[in-house]
Design a protein around this ligand. Structure first.
Ligand code: GDP
Ligand code: ZN
Length: 362
């Protein structure tokens, strides 16, 4: 969608010209924001166009972008975006720039917490290179021992977690303080209480809650815009479509880096082969009786299948580049779509997050 108007939330009340602000995303040009809920945080918003120069350069303005605004018309509430400041990162699906952290939400009950499914989400986000936090929702449905059991397990995996209930309000304020001043994205399967959590954090958001499924869910998700919601004490929260089984787009050699347990092990131990996949190789320092090793192997098989699929499709065209593996065997890797984001972690970040937010809810 190529909209011509953007809501820009300004940083200060009386900024000097040009002023800096945060793009809240395209509007339909009739002055209604498609991407803001929860009310402004006390500073003015301007309805802005893109300067012709940006249009010529093909410079896109995304939700979450920091922009420079010129020619502010305070009375009319209008302005023009003269520049987009460099992005720290940028997700394609949902399209949001400058994300600080992903909050992985899983329910303790209804639905039961599935450790492989949770691991799949954790791996995807680890693969993206973004910071993550784990929230266990619906704490009112689980007994103290059960909650403690999950928290202990997750700590063993390498993830401190936080239990909360949108229904009783327990733990919601504590999460709010972690979100303050940051741009956060919620991720998790549908039905775990993400909408309820957003409503508990931002009463003005008033999102629809309910276990929607099938056609209705798909329709709802595909027609919704990205929403960057303002938290009452500052900070932004992105609402995302629900999905249950995101595909892994990770290469086998990258998978080990997505498990804190393996990272930790490799600091103490070594494997016989430098390109060890920690599967059945002799003298592997990673293989062992740690809890998620079985999950690692399930995901490793998927990563191998993914790599095979990429190699089969692979022709030495613009999308893929040929790389020589450690043992001299060639393999193809996708090229980065956008050169300007090329950094060691960016390719994987882009891919993983695109996969993460594809609407696979069915
Ligand atoms: P989403 O699909 O992740 O956005 O989940 P929803 O927010 O739509 O919630 C799914 C279902 O779980 C709804 O029936 C909610 O009423 C229920 N629910 C959400 N949060 C809680 C909670 O903290 N406790 C309990 N008991 N139920 C909850
Ligand atoms: Zn190994």
């Amino acid at each position: 969608m190529q909209a011509n108007y953007y809501w820009v939330q300004l940083d200060q009340l009386s900024p000097s010209d040009p002023s800096e602000g945060l793009s809240e995303g395209p509007t339909d040009g009739r002055g209604r924001s498609d991407s803001l809920a929860g009310g402004a945080a006390g500073t003015p918003r301007l309805l802005c166009t893109r300067r012709a120069k940006l249009k010529k350069l093909g410079q896109r303005v995304m939700v979450g972008d920091r922009v420079l605004v010129t020619e502010p018309d305070w009375v009319g509430g209008r302005g023009a975006i003269a520049a987009v400041l460099p992005r720290r990162n940028c997700l394609e699906r949902p399209p949001i720039a400058n994300v600080d952290q992903v909050i992985v939400v899983f329910a303790l009950k209804e639905p039961d917490l599935d450790s492989l499914q949770l691991t799949r989400f954790l791996v995807l986000i680890e693969h993206s290179g973004l910071a993550l936090r784990v929230v266990l929702s619906k704490s009112d449905l689980a007994g103290a021992a059960e909650r403690q059991g999950w928290c202990d397990r997750l700590r063993q995996w390498g993830y401190p977690c936080h239990c909360l209930s949108s229904q009783t309000g327990e733990g919601v304020l504590a999460l709010l303080s972690e979100l303050q001043g940051r741009t956060s994205v919620l991720a998790g399967p549908s039905g775990v209480g993400k909408s309820s959590l957003i409503n508990a954090l931002i009463p003005a958001a008033d999102l629809r809650v309910g276990a929607v499924s099938g056609k209705l869910a798909r329709g709802r998700h595909t027609t919704r815009h990205v929403e960057l919601l303002q938290l009452p004490q500052g900070g932004l929260l992105a609402d995302t479509p629900g999905f249950n089984q995101p595909d892994l787009t990770c290469f086998p050699a990258e998978l080990a880096t997505c498990f804190p347990e393996i990272r930790q092990r490799l600091q103490r131990e070594t494997c016989q082969f430098t390109d060890c996949l920690h599967d059945e190789e002799p003298d592997c320092g990673v293989r062992g009786d740690w809890e998620r090793y079985a999950h690692y192997r399930v995901l490793l098989a998927e990563a191998i299948a993914y790599q095979n699929q990429i190699s089969q499709q692979a022709t030495p065209d613009a999308r893929l580049k040929l790389r020589m593996g450690q043992a001299g065997q060639p393999h193809y890797e996708p090229r980065l779509a956008q050169k300007r984001y090329r950094r060691p972690s960016r390719r994987t970040q882009q891919q993983a997050l695109e996969a993460l937010y594809q609407d696979l809810d069915s």
